[in-house]
Design a protein around this ligand. Structure first.
Ligand code: CAA
Length: 259
């Protein structure tokens, strides 16, 4: 386990990394130190051959209560511009490994936006999602309007971002914002199970699937289908593809090497 004050990182032998936000005194609010730590950690995990899937969590009590509102009290437009926080988020966007968010408690504002940077969201039954920025005279600024729109459509998004209303885990699942809802004490364990399942698969196939699915969402259908076909074809040049097919016929567990 590598620790800094606000972010804990553990890389397990099975290829699963656990990134845990740790600012309990501020409900895991994302201050600059935490954003920087998240960015550096995701850059490190992106490059590491030992990591095949990542669980991102805020622990048992709270995922993240958003941007640190203290950073906003006297900030001017140019202060906000010069912070270039989009560069920190980009390290997570660019991560080629699957990210599974394990959400307990509040995922609000930047916390909800952080969860939406994941590929799969597992929520504890008491988790609450929301974009309450409008209540601060603000608006979502790290993808909230756009990522929600793409996940749950215009009318649910408008309701959330215009009122700041929080939604419960089961409602979030019905809307398509959450992949699975489990008991609060099972959230991290279940996210780990999913990560372990993915980590045992061919990392090249997994990364191609993540890339095509993520990019395809914003592409015209014909271009996205072409991208998918090309990625599918590329996989035929991997040892893992032959291993997967041979293991099927030999009725054994495949041993994927990432080659
Ligand atoms: N920033 C800074 N500090 C925060 C915080 C935040 N986002 N959220 C909570 N805290 C602090 C509180 O100030 C409090 O500190 P003190 O003990 O020093 O008073 C401590 O964490 C505990 O908070 P509460 O007493 O409020 O705890 P609660 O359990 O009663 O309520 C909560 C929890 C519902 C999350 C509530 O704290 C809350 O509403 N937080 C703000 C949520 C919010 O508005 N988020 C959006 C931020 S803007 C944003 O994210 C912009 C963007 O898109 C990038």
């Amino acid at each position: 386990m590598e620790n800094n004050q606000v972010l804990h990182l553990e890389i397990k032998e099975n290829g699963v990394a656990i990134v845990e936000i740790h600012r309990p005194e501020a409900r895991n609010a994302l201050n600059l130190e935490l954003r920087q730590a998240l960015s550096e950690t995701f850059q490190q995990l992106s490059k590491s051959d030992d990591v095949r899937a990542i669980v991102l969590t805020g622990g048992e009590k709270v995922f993240a209560a958003g941007a640190d509102i203290k950073d906003f009290t006297t900030a001017t437009t140019i202060d906000m511009y010069l912070r270039h926080t989009e560069q920190y988020w980009q390290s997570i966007v660019d991560c080629p490994k699957p990210i599974i968010a394990a959400v307990n408690g509040y995922a609000l504002g930047g916390g909800c936006e952080l969860a939406m940077h994941a590929d799969i969201i597992v929520a504890g039954i008491s988790a609450k999602f929301g974009q309450p920025e409008v209540k601060l005279g603000l608006m979502p600024g790290a993808g909230g309007t756009q990522r929600l729109l793409r996940a749950i459509g215009k009318f649910q998004t408008m309701l959330m971002v215009l009122t700041g209303k929080m939604i419960e885990a089961n409602e979030a699942k019905q809307m398509g914002l959450v992949s699975e809802v489990v008991d609060d004490d099972k959230t991290i364990a279940h996210a780990l199970e999913i990560a372990e399942t993915i980590a045992a698969l061919s990392p090249i196939a997994v990364q191609q699937i993540k890339e095509v699915t993520s990019l395809g969402q914003d592409m015209p259908l014909q271009s996205a289908l072409t991208l998918e076909r090309k990625a599918f074809q590329i996989l035929f040049d991997t040892k893992d593809q032959k291993e997967g097919v041979n293991a099927f016929f030999e009725k054994r567990k495949p041993n994927y090497t990432g080659k």
